[in-house]
Design a protein around this ligand. Structure first.
Ligand SMILES: [Zn+2]
Length: 468
C-alpha cells in the first residue's frame, strides 16, 4: 500500500517562522495530512530546521553555547507551529545524525555520474561591515532595472557598482571563486515528473520555462558556513542541498534503500515560489542520480507569497489566540490561500467578511444537518469522496475547501425544497465534517473517536454563532 509523505521547506536558524510561512506552507500541509489520515490513508508530514548557512552563522557567531542555542531555536520553531495547531509527525533537521551518511552517499553517486563540475562563481564582501553578503543583500546602483540574474558573465557583473544593503556602504568587493556546480541533465525521468503534475495548476509553465532555458548548473558549495563537502574539504555545501536530501530520511534508514523504499511513496511537496527551480528540478535530479531513484511520485504544491501589512493583518498576528479564535483564523487562512504560485493578500476586512459569509454558511449547514448525527458514514465509493480525494492527491487544499463550501450551499438549497437525496447529503456531511476538523481542530468534540471510514463529529455543538 502506498503512503503519503507531505514535505515542507526547511527554515534556517534562527528559525523564526513568519506568518507568511505558516499560511503558504505549514498550514496547507497540516490540513492535507490530517484529512488524508481521517480518510484512513497512511500519511506523514515532515518539517525541519537548517542549522547551517550564512544566516545561521551570523546568528550564532557571538554565542558561546551554540548547541544550546540550536536546541532553543528548534524548540521555538516547534512551539510556534503547535500554537497554530500544526502537528508534523516527524522533525528532520539538517543536523540529524543520519544526514551525513545520506549527503556523502549522494555526493559520491552524483560525482560518479559526472554531474558535479567545478565552476567559476562570485561572492560579495562588504569592506565596511566585514560581512560576506548574499546576492540579495547587494543592490546594483549603476543600473536601476538590473538584476543579478541577467548578467551573462562575471566580466559584465564587474562593471556594476554595488551597495551593501546591511550598512549602506558602496565599498563592496566582488570575489571570484571556484565552486562545485550540480548539472541539470534534461532526462526522461525529469520530463515525466513535469508531465505528471496537476494540469490545473499554474506551476507547469513555470517549471517548463526553467527546464527549457536558463538553468543548467546550480552552484551549491560555498567557502564556509556549512556541512563539509565530502570530495573537497575546502568547501561546504549550501543548506538547500541538505534540506532537499533530508526528505529521504523519512523514506529510508539507509541511502542504499531509498530507490526501493520510495516506490511506495506519494510525495506532496510544499515550498515557496522563490525556490521552485531547486525543489522541482534539482531535488528530483539528486534523487535520480544521487540515490538511483528511477520511479517516483511527486506533486509540487508551491504557493505564492502572502502579502500583508502589519496594521492590515493585525488580527491574524495576535500572539495569544483562544482555541475558538484559532479555529476561525485557520479556517480563514486555509480558504484564502490559493493553490497557485500567485501572491495573495489577507486583510482584516476580508477576515470579517469571511466570518459573515463562508463561516456563517458552514454554521447554518451543520445546524440543519443535526438530524444526521451518528449516521455519517462515508462510503468509499461515493463520487463526492472521490472528488475530494483527487484534490487531496494533487495537494489542492483550497480546491477542497471551495468544493465543500459549494456543497454546503447546494445542500442548504436542497433542504428548502425538501426533495433532497438523503444518502448524498449524508456522505457530504461526513466529508465536510472531516474537512472542518482538519482545518479548524478546536471545533472537534474532545472525545471524538476517529475510526477508519466512520467519522463521528459533533461540530455543531461547538459551532457557536460568532457572526452575531
Ligand atoms: Zn556593509
Amino acid at each position: 500500500m502506498s503512503k503519503y509523505l507531505i514535505t515542507t521547506a526547511n527554515v534556517f536558524i534562527p528559525a523564526k517562522i513568519r506568518y507568511t510561512n505558516i499560511s503558504s506552507t505549514y498550514l496547507p500541509a497540516d490540513i492535507l495530512n490530517k484529512m488524508l489520515k481521517s480518510f484512513g490513508e497512511e500519511s506523514q508530514m515532515i518539517a525541519g530546521v537548517d542549522v547551517y548557512g550564512k544566516h545561521a552563522y551570523r546568528a550564532m557567531r557571538h554565542i558561546k553555547n551554540k548547541s544550546q542555542y540550536i536546541t532553543d531555536c528548534k524548540k521555538e520553531f516547534r512551539q510556534t507551529l503547535s500554537k497554530f495547531g500544526i502537528e508534523p509527525d516527524l522533525y528532520i533537521d539538517s543536523d540529524n545524525s543520519k544526514m551525513n551518511e545520506f549527503v556523502e552517499y549522494s555526493i559520491g553517486e552524483l560525482y560518479k555520474n559526472g554531474l558535479l563540475v567545478k565552476t567559476q562563481d562570485y561572492s560579495f564582501y562588504c569592506q565596511d561591515c566585514h560581512e560576506d553578503l548574499s546576492k540579495s543583500e547587494c543592490e546594483i546602483t549603476t543600473q536601476k532595472e538590473g538584476r543579478l540574474k541577467k548578467h551573462s558573465s562575471i566580466e559584465e557583473l564587474l562593471q556594476e557598482d554595488f551597495v551593501c544593503k546591511l550598512c549602506g556602504s558602496n565599498n563592496v568587493e566582488i570575489r571570484q571563486d571556484m565552486q562545485w556546480g550540480l548539472l541539470l541533465p534534461r532526462t526522461d525521468f525529469l520530463k515525466y515528473l513535469v508531465e505528471q503534475q496537476d494540469t490545473t495548476s499554474n506551476i507547469i509553465p513555470n517549471i517548463q520555462n526553467i527546464y527549457n532555458k536558463d538553468f543548467d548548473c546550480w552552484t551549491f558549495t560555498r567557502n564556509n558556513y556549512g556541512r563539509q563537502m565530502p570530495i573537497d574539504k575546502e568547501k561546504s555545501i549550501y543548506l538547500w542541498y541538505d534540506s532537499m536530501v533530508s526528505k529521504l530520511l523519512a523514506v529510508s534508514s539507509k541511502p542504499e534503500n531509498v530507490a526501493n523504499d520510495i516506490k511506495n511513496v506519494k510525495m506532496i511537496s510544499y515550498f515557496g515560489k522563490n525556490i521552485l527551480p531547486y525543489y522541482s528540478l534539482m531535488m528530483p535530479t539528486i534523487f535520480n542520480k544521487g540515490f538511483n531513484v528511477s520511479k517516483f511520485n511527486i506533486k509540487f504544491a508551491a504557493r505564492g507569497f502572502c502579502l500583508t501589512q502589519d496594521n492590515d493583518a493585525s488580527i491574524l498576528m495576535q500572539d495569544s489566540y483562544t482555541p475558538d479564535e484559532l479555529s476561525k483564523v485557520r479556517l480563514f487562512i486555509a480558504s484564502r490561500v490559493p493553490d497557485k504560485i500567485k501572491d495573495y493578500k489577507l486583510t482584516e476586512d476580508s477576515y470579517k467578511q469571511f466570518l459573515n459569509g463562508t463561516y456563517k454558511n458552514f454554521r447554518k449547514y451543520f445546524h440543519r444537518l443535526s438530524v444526521f448525527e451518528n449516521h455519517n458514514y462515508i462510503a468509499p465509493q461515493s463520487e463526492d469522496y472521490q472528488i475530494i480525494k483527487n484534490h487531496l492527491r494533487e495537494g489542492r487544499v483550497n480546491k477542497v475547501l471551495s468544493t465543500i463550501e459549494q456543497w454546503a450551499i447546494d445542500d442548504m438549497k436542497a433542504f428548502s425544497k425538501e426533495n433532497y437525496d438523503i444518502n448524498a447529503i449524508k456522505n457530504r456531511y461526513a466529508i465536510i465534517s472531516t474537512a472542518i476538523s482538519a482545518v479548524a481542530p478546536s471545533l472537534k468534540r474532545e472525545n471524538n473517536t476517529h475510526k477508519q471510514g466512520l467519522i463521528n463529529t459533533s461540530i455543531l455543538e461547538k459551532f457557536h454563532d460568532y457572526t452575531k
